[in-house]
Design a protein around this ligand. Sequence first.
Ligand SMILES: NC(=O)CC[C@H](N)C(=O)O
Length: 308
Amino acid sequence: MTDLARCVAEAYDIALPHRGEGKVADYIPALAGVDPQHFGFALALPDGTVHTAGDADISFSIQSVSKVFTLALALRRVGSALWDSVGREPSGSAFNSIVQLESEAGIPRNPLINAGAIATTDRLIDGRSGDATIAEILDFIRARACDHAVDVDLNVAASESETGARNRSLTHFMDAFGTLRHPVETVLGVYFRQCAIAMSCRQLARAGLFLAMEGRDPLGGEQLIDAHRARRINAIMMLCGHYDNSGEFAFRVGLPGKSGVGGGILCIAPGHGSIAVWSPGLNDAGTSLVGAIALEHFAYAAGWSVFD
Ligand SMILES: NC(=O)CC[C@H](N)C(=O)O
């Protein structure tokens, strides 16, 4: 076993006894039935090696982890103009909070809270149809994941749309301020589907590698986004990737990360690799409880905290 394979196995073993702790998200009914005992871990390295443990090949709903990919694509498409629609400061608020939007003129704090991700998706649409936009997102993620089977779980997307009053409120509120360039339902149609993309830890870890390698996909060799943009996405993930739990995650793990209420976390170790964990039990801020424990131990064992 290589040292890194051992770090993965150890992190998995240390976190395993906590399986089942936390609360599975139930505000999206299609997610409520997911077994809290699942726990998967995958580490993808730039040479194509993937080290895994547990349920690393079972697909789960990536939810807000998708916000990282739409941020990268929106920056590639509209460049710095994106920052006319969304800020880059931590919110210190819950992922679906509306409070700051009123006093901050409809410009969300950052692209990783719901309002900011919806504004980012709006810019990514850039005059195209919702279907064309989700097709671009899927093509990008499939190519990065080296797996063309990655797809949207339409059942989850429909479930989220049916119970989407909160996201509809955020989107209409931004629309009232003139933040959006497309109709509310077009934007939400893309947003709900991007959140409902289903992937395994192995696929997700591979898909994040370009962010660890200065915007270049080390597997295909393509420069996907400028290096400075990859660095800045990592900075935003470090400061905003876990909502009002971002400080705690940086304190414990020391790596840029993005959590989703499906229980997945994508973590980037710049220059080293990309890690995806999944366990559905969430802490109060909506980050996988077991996943964060595993990542804390992995980052420590590998010596990969950016503060090391
Ligand atoms: N934190 C999350 O993963 C939230 C994403 C979810 N789709 C929502 O918009 O509510």
